[in-house]
Write a protein that binds this ligand. Sequence first.
Ligand code: AMP
Ligand code: MG
Length: 414
Amino acid sequence: MILGFGGRDAAMRKMLPLGEAQELVLSRVALMGAEKLPLGQAFGRVSATPVFARDALPPFDCSAMDGYALRSDDSAGRAEVTLRVQGELPAGQAPKEALKPGCCMMVMTGAPVPEGADVVVPREKVRREGSQVVIPGDLRAGTNVIKAGSDIQRGRQILDRGDVIGVGEVALLAAQGEADVEVYQVPTVAVLTTGDELLDVAEPLAPGKIRNSNGHMIAAAIEEAGGRPLPFPPLPDDLEKTKEALVRAAEVADLVLSTGGVSVGDYDLVRRALFEIADEVLFWRVRIKPGMPVVAAVRGKTLYLGLSGKPGGALVNFYLLVAPVIAKLSGRKNHLVPTVKAALESDFPKPSPERTRYLWARAYYNGSWRVVLSGGELAAMRGYNALVEIPWGSGPLAAGEIVNTLLLKGVVQT
Ligand code: AMP
Ligand code: MG
């Protein structure tokens, strides 16, 4: 066990740059196991295996139009041609006979084109006269005929391991008869909240108490990130109980989160508890604001992240450190939140001397990315879809300056 920060490890004494902290936590988690799910339950999950087309799509040459299938030879070199209607082919029917010379067959969109026919002329371009139709001449072979396999050839890869199964992928899998799909299991993420001051959401306020908003906030964030939250009852500020709950959480969860108790106050027992139960402490301070106190530790195979207690700090910790871990556990290819460069809509008068600052914001695209800052407190979280990043060492920023902007919503992670 690496204990404390008493000089045994230089990394433990300094504030770790965020990138290094992210690398450390990501290096300590393995992928979840796979499970088979009916296709109807696989939307939003991550494929645990490559998938190859078992059939050509379309499986047969078919018509792109409602109209008449004919031999292009029959229309060659003529201004107009009159053909006998040999029969009708609705969608879903296989042709029983080949098309005879001098004839045409009425076909519906998606219906197989009969043997011998190589062109379909749309219904609105022909004149029907009883059992005959008058069709424009000089039709080019292949027009309005969708060739077998022109969309997907048999054997072609349609999905890769690590692909998120979105709407398009659901369609592909369905078209290929993949009734069951192999996906990564959803990681279960334990949520421990700590502090003698915490009240349940349903309780009335009492002197010195506040409601436990972090428990609900982090559970929602876990769902948003693709994990399954497992909330634990709030913990009092008690070292033994905290240690016990942390150890127990790892038995039922793939990742253990806590909030509070990780700064330097007398009652900051979570940090102590984590240090005592851990096989290895990865870091306990990251060069960010808010959310600087955040502990990462490993016990056995389980990663623990002790997030800041302040709601803003805890949620910044979540997007920067926890969401990437959940993405990796879930088998996704990309782990970090996607970032764009956006122009600030207003000044930001404060300098950011020592820590990289993260501010709740609303980003939008209007020919270029622009971003409106909403502040750092709980109220600022309403309507946010982004975090603006101001690197440490920056002075005040003026409206129009370009800032890194982490897009937290409305962008599907792949
Ligand atoms: P701590 O690091 O435990 O001292 O917490 C820092 C601040 O966050 C304190 O003001 C706490 O009251 C607050 N806090 C801690 N846990 C929660 C929680 N679960 N919900 C809301 N606020 C919290
Ligand atoms: Mg506390």
